[in-house]
Design a binder for this molecule. Structure first.
Ligand code: PLP
Length: 400
């Protein structure tokens, strides 16, 4: 039997995928599953993006794409960085790839030597650690506690940096906690990084536009211009414009880093689909009002679910500033038994029992590196949220 690469041993199937799979199985058996595990907006892609892709296809824009991004798209990204972040990137400092995920993957491949460390404030998006390991690096999680609203503390960051550290990876608003940093909090992180000039900084700003209560998003290269020369600012159209299926992410950064990442891009992708590039150009250049409108809807949902969780005895949940996730603490329920006789030894047991007995899909905090917590996504309709909350309340009430 032919064998597989050793590097695959480092890669796990993401827990949210496992939960989605379980939900599909139950659905196939005719069970109505309420999904609070999805990491994608339930809104449609804006019609002007679809129209632009359609027009591009009809116009014959169907040949190999510009790998680093079409001039029109790079110009739209340049304007976006200036408009939203007051960051100036020239076209040769901008790169597009097949989703933010591919941008991050290729940046790691372009920079990590075996054993290089990547500091990851944790809990964190499931893929970061796997991507780092895949690229030969070592993820270094820095625990960020509920008491600190899951935000990276400067002294913890400083303590985590070693001579092997290659990157600090930031993601505010965060998946899975929704926490975001104020300018002052970001400045304190930046201050630490000024003392570590050998370390690159990646900021994954995917949830930039999902921010509530007037909280002001900020990104590190704008907060501390002295870090601009070693910061890769990553973003995409998936979450902001509900374009998860189009697969387009982008980044701005110092020219040499962009060139290195671009070299990887040319070998592991033939570029982003031309129609997607046309659609992304249209949304980045088009009217931006929909961002605030949708954020308003998400905010109402966040408040609704937070209110419902507050009524459940034993749960505690912080109020996040952004993204579309809540991250309640379920410590009170550990050691109890469900009505169906399932012992709740950890958050994975909690999520599985909730799924099997009350058919609500969530993801255990363990998947993001912090237990005992549960990630709930409110990127779904109000009706689904109401039913989901009813079921969670019933499930928790039955834990003895
Ligand atoms: N970064 C974070 C923090 C995410 O949560 C996700 C998707 O869940 C991504 C990046 C991936 O985005 P994209 O669809 O652009 O690959």
């Amino acid at each position: 039997m032919p064998t597989f690469a050793d590097r695959l041993k480092n890669v796990s199937v993401s827990a949210s995928v496992a939960m989605t799979q379980k939900a599909r199985e139950l659905t196939a058996q005719g069970v109505k599953v309420i999904s609070l595990s999805s990491g994608e907006p339930d809104f449609p892609t804006p019609p002007h993006a679809i129209a632009a892709a359609h027009a591009a296809a009809l116009a014959g824009d169907t040949k190999y794409p510009a790998i680093e991004g079409t001039p029109a798209l790079k110009m739209a990204i340049q304007r976006k960085f200036q408009r939203d972040n007051q960051l100036t990137y020239e076209p040769n400092q901008i790169l597009v790839a097949g989703g933010g995920k591919q941008v991050i993957f290729n940046a790691m491949l372009a920079t990590l030597n075996p054993g290089d460390e990547v500091v990851i404030p944790t809990p964190a998006w499931i893929s970061y650690a796997d991507i780092v390991k895949f690229a030969g690096g070592v993820p270094v999680p820095v625990p960020c506690s509920q008491a600190n609203n899951f935000k990276l503390q400067p002294e913890d960051l400083n303590a985590a940096i070693t001579p092997r550290t290659k990157w600090l990876l930031l993601n505010y608003p965060s998946n899975p906690t929704g926490s975001a940093c104020s300018r002052a909090e970001m400045a304190a992180i930046a201050e630490v990084m000024l003392h570590h000039p050998e370390v690159w900084i990646m900021t994954d700003d995917m949830y930039e536009h999902l921010i509530y209560d007037g909280f002001e998003f900020c990104t590190i290269a704008a907060v501390e211009p002295r870090l601009y020369e070693r910061t890769l600012t990553v973003n995409g159209v998936s979450k902001a414009y509900a374009m998860t299926g189009w697969r387009m992410g982008y980044c701005g950064g110092p020219q040499e880093l962009i060139r290195a990442v671009s070299n990887v891009n040319t070998q592991n992708s033939g570029g982003v689909c031309t129609l997607t590039q046309a659609a992304a150009t249209a949304v980045l250049n088009g009217p931006q009002e929909l961002l605030a409108e949708r954020a308003g809807v998400y905010q109402q949902r966040r408040d609704y679910v937070l209110g419902r969780l507050a009524d459940i005895q034993g749960l505690s949940c912080h109020k996040p500033e952004g993204a579309f996730y809540l991250f309640p603490n379920i410590a009170e329920f550990i050691g109890r038994t469900s009505r169906g006789g399932r012992k709740i030894g950890n958050d994975t047991d909690f999520c599985m029992a909730l799924m099997e007995e009350h058919h609500v899909a969530t993801v255990q905090g363990a998947a993001y590196g912090l237990s005992p917590f549960v990630r709930l996504s409110y990127a779904t309709s109000q009706a689904m949220l109401e039913q989901g909350c009813d079921r969670i309340a019933e499930f928790c009430a039955g834990l003895r």
